[in-house]
Design a protein around this ligand. Structure first.
Ligand code: ZN
Length: 189
């Protein structure tokens, strides 16, 4: 990202919405916005495989692993406005498990770009499968979208739920039910 160019574009945007980019409060705004976008879209320069960085460990068993309530912060690709919430990720390994923090890193890296919630959910599921070789993966995500909430559209239904299931989580109803019961049992938000 060319930060100076983004700063110039933000200055143009301020003019177009009727602001005065020279007034004191806005003097450093283009620079701040450019830095913020650099941060919020850092995922374009990252791949899930790199953030996992080899932290895949042998495990003796094939139990279901579920990580709940992972924070999600992303930008919707339709309005470039934030959507945020949390997701739950489960998988059944074939003896290979991810380091505990690495699932959250995968979520962060895929969320830090322009997204739609449905695709983000699918990409997380595929990344976990690809990194672990899991026989099955499930992801449930619940987010609120500022583009809906602030524009007054569908306010009553501002929380959107999406899910993605791969492998045994897709093919086996009992496995899917076990995952969903673990995910919903701790439901306190
Ligand atoms: Zn939107």
């Amino acid at each position: 990202m060319d930060r100076k160019r983004v700063e110039a574009l933000v200055r143009e945007l301020l003019l177009e919405i009727g602001e005065d980019p020279a007034r004191e409060g806005l003097a450093k705004t283009p620079e701040r916005v450019a830095r913020a976008f650099e941060r919020l879209t850092r995922g374009y320069a990252l791949r899930p495989h790199d953030v996992v960085n080899g932290a895949v460990f042998e495990s003796g068993s094939d139990n279901m692993v579920v990580v709940r309530d992972i924070d999600v912060y992303s930008l919707c690709e339709h309005h470039m406005m934030p959507f945020f919430g949390h997701c739950h990720v489960g998988y059944i390994s074939r003896g290979r498990v991810l380091g505990v923090s690495k699932i959250a890193r995968i979520v962060d890296c895929l969320a830090a770009r322009l997204q739609i919630q449905e695709r983000l959910t699918n990409e997380i599921a595929r990344a976990v499968r690809d990194e672990t070789g899991a026989e099955g993966v499930g992801v449930v995500m619940e987010c609120q979208h500022l583009c809906m909430m602030m524009r007054g559209v569908e306010k009553q239904n501002a929380t959107m739920s999406t899910s993605a299931v791969l492998g045994s989580f897709h093919d086996d109803a009992a496995t899917r039910a076990e995952f969903l019961s673990i995910v919903t049992s701790g439901h306190h938000r």
